[in-house]
Design a binder for this molecule. Structure first.
Ligand SMILES: Nc1nc2c(ncn2[C@@H]2O[C@H](COP(=O)(O)OP(=O)(O)OP(=O)(O)O)[C@@H](O)[C@H]2O)c(=O)[nH]1
Ligand SMILES: [Zn+2]
Length: 217
C-alpha cells in the first residue's frame, strides 16, 4: 500500500544544452519544483523525446526510462575515481536520451549523510572500513537516502509508470512503496577503476546491487 504523498508542482522549466567532456552533447529540459518534502533543490532532466516517452507510458505503452541519481560532487563534477558516479551519470543521459525519459538529480550527497561526512567516511575507508561500515562508525545510517522527493517529481511530471536505470534494488523498492509503478529495473554498465573496485564489491555484498563483477579479472 502506498502512502499519500504531498504533491509537488513544476516551478520552472528551461532548456539547457549539455556537452560532456568526451564531446557527447544533447539537450535537456530542466525542471525545478515547488513542494518537495525535504525542501531541497532537486532537479529533473527530461532528455531525448521525454514528453512522448511519458505519454506512451501513460497510455499503457512501454514504461518511461528514469535514472534516480544521487548527488556526488566529487564524482559527478571532479571525476573522482573512488566511485562510479560520474560515468554512470554520463551513461544515463545518453541511454535515456535514446528512448526519451528522465534523469532525477537528487541532492542526497554521500548516500544522504552530506559531503563533509562523506569525506570523513573516505578517511575511515582509508584505514580499512568498507563504505557502509564507515558510515556506521560515524554514527550515521549505512544508507540514509529516502526517495520521497523522487516520487514527488515523477508524479508532478505525470511519470508514474517507469523502468529504472539503476543497480540498486532499494531505489525500486522505495519508489514502489511510494506509489510509483516500477515495471522494471535496468542495470547500468560496469564502471570499474583501480580506486573503486572495493567500493563496487561492497555495494554488491552489502546492499545487493546488481553489478556483474564476475567479468573482472
Ligand atoms: N557515505 C558515502 N557515500 C558515498 C560513498 N561513495 C559514494 N557515495 C555516495 O553514494 C551515492 C551514489 O549514488 P548513486 O550512484 O545514485 O546510487 P547507487 O546506490 O550507487 O546506485 P546506482 O543507481 O546503481 O548507481 C552518492 O550520493 C555518492 O555521493 C562513500 O564511500 N560513502
Ligand atoms: Zn560518487
Amino acid at each position: 500500500m502506498s502512502r499519500a504523498l504531498p504533491s509537488a508542482t513544476v516551478r520552472t522549466q528551461v532548456t539547457v544544452p549539455l556537452r560532456f567532456s568526451d564531446g557527447y552533447a544533447t539537450t535537456a529540459r530542466v525542471f525545478s519544483f515547488h513542494g518537495l518534502s525535504d525542501g531541497g533543490e532537486h532537479l529533473a532532466f527530461g532528455v531525448g523525446d521525454w514528453a512522448a516517452a511519458l505519454d506512451r507510458a501513460a497510455a499503457g505503452g512501454p514504461p518511461a526510462l528514469v535514472r534516480p541519481h544521487s548527488e556526488c560532487l566529487t564524482g559527478d563534477v571532479f571525476g573522482s575515481q573512488r566511485c562510479d558516479c560520474g560515468p554512470q551519470l554520463r551513461e544515463a543521459v545518453e541511454r535515456i536520451a535514446e528512448p526519451g525519459g528522465l534523469v532525477l538529480y537528487l541532492r542526497q550527497e554521500g548516500r544522504g549523510i552530506g559531503l563533509y561526512a562523506k569525506l570523513d567516511a573516505y578517511a575511515l575507508q582509508d584505514s580499512g572500513l568498507d563504505t557502509y561500515e564507515a558510515n556506521l562508525a560515524l554514527g550515521r545510517g549505512a544508507d540514509e537516502r529516502d526517495y520521497t522527493v523522487a516520487a514527488q517529481m515523477l508524479l508532478a511530471l505525470g511519470a508514474d509508470r517507469v523502468a529504472l536505470l539503476t543497480n540498486n534494488p532499494d531505489k525500486a523498492e522505495q519508489l514502489r512503496r511510494l506509489g510509483i509503478e516500477v515495471v522494471g529495473r535496468v542495470p547500468t554498465a560496469l564502471h570499474l577503476s583501480p580506486a573503486n573496485a572495493g567500493y563496487l564489491a561492497a555495494k554488491v555484498s552489502r546492499a545487493a546491487h546488481t553489478i556483474d563483477l564476475s567479468v573482472v579479472p
